[in-house]
Design a protein around this ligand. Structure first.
Ligand code: HXC
Length: 280
């Protein structure tokens, strides 16, 4: 799909890049020539992923333990990263989420999700942005949101609030920082199974099967599909795409939104009967 050296020498930082979709995006970007920095909260996970990447792409992955809820930790990480070589791309991928009835949430529970997704993405974006702007350097930011950033969703309310905020930041800064050569875009993925999300968001097999039934394409996403979209959005080929959110969900959210989507339950005979019906 892409030229093998599409991202040659591009330096990309992926928050939460040690696992899940962040890891899949990182591997794909390395395949296309990028230099990678991954960060996360767990040293052992980062070390293991970096060693795996190093075996296939020697010397092109660095990692930093960093909780993005802590702006001082971000500053320390970015000082170290920039001392080596400035970044070209930031991917706000790290997230926190769980299913809960909203009236049961404590303030700390709310803060746990908002802290990672909303504040963490904003701290990272601002800390990178001020460095890029001071140096007059072109750059890109890509944030992973969710379709419920605009539809909202019951039972993941802190996440919906946070993703909506990240999308608002993306659109706002696309305008403010566009003149400085910084493009910001977002991806809204539907169901792409990862351990982190599935353990927290899919309580049982029945719900998993019901979820599949909500997706017009009848399947979950493959990590490679999302990774390729991310590659495109950070690449020069997307140089005129700014402030956009691209949904990749097999049509899931539109099916949920469409007034007549439930008509898929009608049989052929019922469709025939409908056709024979007269109005008035
Ligand atoms: C109610 C909960 C809870 C739950 C935690 N809390 N889990 N409340 N229901 N299931 C409360 C705790 O009781 C505590 O409040 C507060 O949240 C903080 O919990 P900690 O465990 O101390 O926080 P922390 O260790 O920082 O963990 C953060 C986390 C956790 C968000 C709670 O789930 C996490 O680290 N997640 C990271 C990975 C992840 O979530 N990945 C999935 C992303 S999927 P009290 O008051 O008791 O102290 C995604 C998009 C999916 O974002 C889109 C699909 C289409």
């Amino acid at each position: 799909m892409f030229q093998a050296d599409l991202l040659k020498d591009e330096r990309v930082l992926i928050t939460g890049g040690g696992t899940g979709l962040g890891k899949s995006m990182g591997r794909r970007m390395l395949e296309l020539g990028a230099e990678l920095v991954i960060c996360g909260r767990r040293e052992a996970v980062l070390d293991e992923t970096a060693a795996e990447f190093d075996a296939d792409f020697p010397g092109r992955t660095a990692w930093h333990r960093c909780d993005i809820r802590d702006p001082d930790a971000i500053e320390a990480m970015l000082e170290a990263v920039w001392a080596d070589r400035p970044l070209d791309t930031l991917i706000n991928n790290a997230a926190g989420n769980f299913l809960a009835r909203t009236e049961t949430l404590s303030p700390r529970a709310l803060d746990a999700v908002l802290g990672i997704v909303l504040h963490g993405s904003a701290y990272m974006t601002l800390a990178c942005g001020k460095r890029w702007i001071a140096a007059g350097r072109a750059a890109t930011v890509l944030s992973i949101v969710a379709t419920y950033a605009w539809s909202g969703s019951a039972y993941v309310v802190p996440s919906a609030m946070a993703k909506a905020g990240v999308l608002a930041m993306t659109r706002s800064l696309a305008v403010e920082w566009g003149p400085k050569g910084i493009r910001l875009n977002a991806i809204a993925p539907g169901p792409f199974p990862t351990k982190g999300a599935w353990d927290r968001l899919v309580p049982n097999k029945e719900i998993e099967a019901a979820w599949l039934g909500r997706i017009p394409l009848g399947r979950v996403g493959e990590h490679r599909e999302l990774a390729d979209l991310a590659v495109y959005l950070i690449s020069e080929g997307a140089g005129y795409v700014n402030g956009e959110v691209v949904t990749i969900d097999g049509g899931e959210w539109l099916k949920g939104a469409g007034t007549f989507s439930l008509m898929e339950a009608l049989s052929d005979a019922e469709w025939q009967a409908m056709r024979g019906r007269k109005g008035g």
